[in-house]
Design a protein around this ligand. Sequence first.
Ligand SMILES: [Zn+2]
Length: 259
Amino acid sequence: MLIDSHAHIDTSRFNSDREAVIQAALEGGVTCIIDPGTDLSSSRFALSLAKTHPGIVFAGVATHPHDATTYSDEVGIQYREMAREPEVVAIGEFGLDYFRMLSPRDVQRAVFCSHLQLARECDLPCIIHVRDSHDDVIELLRAHGQGLRGVFHCFSGNVAQAEECLEFDGFMLSFAGPLTRQGNALPEVARMAPPDRILVETDSPYLVPQPLRARRNEPLFVKYVAEKLAEIRGMSYEEVAQITTANTVRLFGLGGYIR
Ligand SMILES: [Zn+2]
């Protein structure tokens, strides 16, 4: 049993075969998928998928930093309403992306803080996107995130940055396809992270794990991330599946819902 803690199965890349993709995941031992919304309509769709796949799909609601300019107080009110539904298990995905910088930096920072506030009000974990923005994320979390919990999704930093992230007690590091690729510090990070602070994900439809040649990532492929994590940590696949599943269930409060 494995959980894909981050897959955008609401996106149009899955329009032609979404049900088959979910079925393939289930048949392959991926029992649960968390779909984080990236704007209001994506969050709504993620919630509707969660409602039609009870105990299998769960939703996050948030505005991604790429779309930060579409966020408003009105959107925040909608997220708060949606977060009352039991299928909404996180505020996410939100964060700071200074790599693509599709929204101005000051707007991204303000919207980031609004989401921290939402997570606090809704008592939900945060799913945080960090790209070329580590220092700002840490600064804003130190100032406004005390006592919150969540995950640094698709963690892509080095060991020193991982240590800073892990100083936030309620936060986990999540590993995705880049762990299977050469030329990054992720194996060291994956080795040093405490076992009760690690998750696995695909970030579907992006970041296909190696050595797959698929054009599109999907939740079933989270197995390759778990396999790599097991190899790096010198654990069995079953052990990695068991601890990452337990961590995901604990962080997102899935215990009462999964079958
Ligand atoms: Zn994502």
